[in-house]
Design a binder for this molecule. Structure first.
Ligand code: SF4
Length: 404
């Protein structure tokens, strides 16, 4: 299936500063897997028979295999997935909503999670051992999650114990992190948060301790802390895991209410205030809504900020007009198509239109392969979290589901 981008008059004359002077190479139309320019970085284990299949054949084969599996199979699709994947999703949502879906689908034998690795891990933790969670392309990771390597977090925690009483530090990890880190926060009295409930989780943490170690996304942590009345300049500090004591002086560590891991989302870091200014010049009445993974100045300049689900509802429930959105392009594109007939125009603030590069790796050829294998009685690409990690990560995830 071919995908067209949102038609918009918002065409910048030049790229914003600090971005590579090149357009995104990724085309979000469906092309055979063999023709994908970045395929060498993707999971190599897929039978050759899938490499040349075009969009129509892939669609037919996925539909047929899925029909054979009936209600034994549930396909979950993250909002940032490509159109040619989302069309097969029984449920679509952000990571929080899909985690809830996975937890509620005790009747399904197989859950194919069209998202990235940490989401499939969370689904495995929240489902029963009898249910198999499958990630179509094992190379679909998350660059933000990779910025908090477990060994770095453990080492940082040890360093923290030398300057503060860590029994009063509550570790909070964003959903976008490895299962082993979710287990770490579960063991240490913390919780997982998502962009939907970060305010509530941070407030919960401050009922239990004096300080928060927040990882991996410094922007979500900073924007959330600020909303709770914490001064980002004097009461938060960025912890650089590559430097001794996070690159901070001991007093700064002690004085910071929130220590922010130095991580970011490669999609949301691209949004800038000059993009918002330009959008408002061209569409004076436009409403600007952005994701809280965007940098603080962008969040401050926007009319509204919230999770992916919040953004969707903001546009769906808003009046006719123009909406400039700071989040991933596949979602923005679908939102525009959904609401265009209501007199709404939705466009992405980022002039260099890139999807999330790792979500994009879930190509329909991989979905066809794992679904046909299931229909043939074989499970491939199962995501399985080992028992001890699962136990503590579940504690942290269940706290997340309870704190709303
Ligand atoms: S959009 Fe950002 S946080 Fe989400 S999967 Fe992609 S890189 Fe990770």
């Amino acid at each position: 299936m071919s995908t067209t981008l949102v038609p918009t008059s918002y065409v910048p004359e030049r790229l914003p500063p600090n971005l590579p002077n090149e357009a995104c190479e990724t085309d979000i139309a469906t092309i055979p897997l063999v023709a994908e320019p970045h395929r060498p970085d993707w999971q190599p284990e897929i039978p050759d028979a899938y490499l040349d299949l075009g969009p129509d054949e892939l669609r037919e084969r996925i539909a047929e295999a899925r029909a054979r599996l009936g209600e034994r199979l549930v396909i979950l699709g993250h909002h940032y997935q490509r159109d040619d994947i989302i069309e097969f999703a029984d449920f679509r949502g952000d990571s929080f909503k899909l985690a809830q879906q996975a937890a509620n689908r005790g009747d399904a034998d197989f859950i194919i999670f069209c998202g990235v690795h940490f989401m499939a891990e969370s689904a495995d933790i929240l489902t029963t051992p009898q249910q198999a969670v499958i990630l179509p392309n094992l190379a679909a990771g998350c660059s933000m999650a990779d910025m908090a390597q477990p060994d770095d977090v453990y080492a940082s925690w040890d360093e923290l114990t030398e300057v503060v009483d860590t029994s009063r530090v509550v570790p909070i990890t964003y959903m976008n992190s490895a299962a082993s880190l979710k287990a770490f926060v579960g063991r240490n009295g913390g919780a997982v948060c998502t962009s939907s409930n970060a305010d509530a989780v941070l407030a919960w943490a401050f009922e239990r301790g004096d300080q928060v170690l927040f990882f991996p996304d410094q922007h979500l942590g900073r924007n959330t802390a600020k909303r709770l009345g914490i001064d980002p300049r004097s009461e938060t500090a960025v912890w650089n895991p590559n430097k001794a004591l996070g690159g901070l002086r001991a007093e700064r560590v002690r004085d910071s209410r929130v220590l922010l891991w130095q991580g970011h989302c490669s999609v949301h870091i691209r949004f800038r205030t000059d993009q918002i200014e330009r959008a408002r010049e061209q569409h004076p009445d436009c409403r600007v809504v952005v994701h809280p993974e965007c940098p603080e100045p962008v969040v401050d300049a926007a009319d509204a900020v919230g999770s992916t689900e919040f953004i969707i509802n903001y546009v769906r429930n808003g009046p006719p007009g123009v909406y400039a959105v700071g989040t991933e392009i596949n979602l923005v594109h679908r939102l525009h198509e959904e609401v265009a007939h209501e007199g709404k125009t939705v466009f992405c603030l980022d002039p260099v239109i890139c999807p999330c590069a790792t979500m994009y790796r879930v190509h329909p050829a991989y979905l066809a392969w794992v679904t046909e294998e299931l229909a043939a009685g074989r499970v491939v690409n199962r995501i399985s979290v080992e028992d001890e990690t699962r136990r503590w990560a579940r504690v942290a995830l269940e706290r997340m589901l309870e704190i709303v």
